[in-house]
Design a protein around this ligand. Structure first.
Ligand code: ADP
Ligand code: MG
Length: 224
């Protein structure tokens, strides 16, 4: 049996604001199979980032169940969550969040060292990923010396470095002009497929969502 890499059941999240309670997620049921690429589509404010933060184990305060690779993680303690994040998940954000003082290859090597890889293996892996993304000639450039599209490619390589079962991406091309966004998204999808990872990719752009295996729409706190 192919166990889901991600399964949420009845996921809820609300925020208190000025004496009012805003229910952002009202019972999200979502299942993603190994290798499947799913678009999370919804307008600004619909709760896409809130859902990705829950699944990414970045914040508490959620109700319901989250299973990652068959393991219930919603109630795990901070240490176990960190381990799950490190071993199972890869993240791509709208802004690249690369370490500014490290060059491209070092930014892709570091998460592998944190996980215990040998430096030479980590270097080889980083160079392969970056070369596949067309950055073979930019390995020693710092983030500030790269274009926006190149920075996001490094972020994609970093997210995939530890071969995560699931990539979580929050508007990964949202900061790029349309032509660059299309190219970077195509490369992200190609590499995720090549690596066999699954992905949940938030976007408010129908055209971008249509390029994925399945589109889930977030509407009034639920998926349809
Ligand atoms: P999206 O990513 O789809 O644009 P978000 O998940 O960022 O949407 O936000 C969904 C809703 O939750 C918005 O109405 C937002 O104002 C509210 N929200 C998000 N985070 C917080 C917070 N920390 N405190 C209060 N309200 C929040
Ligand atoms: Mg958002």
């Amino acid at each position: 049996m192919n166990e889901a890499v991600l399964a949420t059941t009845g996921l809820t999240r609300s925020f208190r604001q000025g004496g009012e309670t805003i229910e952002v997620l009202r019972g999200v049921d979502l299942s993603i199979a190994p290798g499947e690429i799913v678009a999370l589509l919804g307008p600004s404010g619909s709760g896409k980032s809130t859902l990705l933060q829950a699944v990414g184990l970045l914040e508490g305060g959620f109700g319901g169940s989250i299973r990652i690779a068959g393991v219930e993680v919603a109630q795990q303690d901070a240490g176990a969550r960190t381990t799950t994040r490190r071993d199972r998940l890869g993240f791509v954000y709208q802004f690249h969040h690369l370490l500014p003082d490290f060059n491209a290859i070092e930014n892709v090597v570091l998460p592998q060292l944190v996980r215990g890889a040998e430096r030479s293996d980590a270097n080889t892996r980083a160079e392969e990923l970056l070369t596949t993304l067309g950055l073979g000639h930019r390995l020693t450039h710092k983030p500030s010396q790269l274009s926006g599209g190149e920075q996001q490619r490094v972020a994609v390589a970093r997210a995939l470095a530890n071969r995560p079962a699931l990539i979580l991406a929050d508007e990964p091309t949202g900061n790029l002009d349309e032509a660059t966004a299309d190219i970077v998204l195509a490369e992200l999808l190609r590499l995720v497929r090549q690596e066999g990872s699954a992905a949940l990719i938030a976007t408010h752009n129908e055209r971008i969502a249509a390029k994925m295996d399945r589109v889930m729409r977030l509407h009034e706190g639920r998926l349809g």
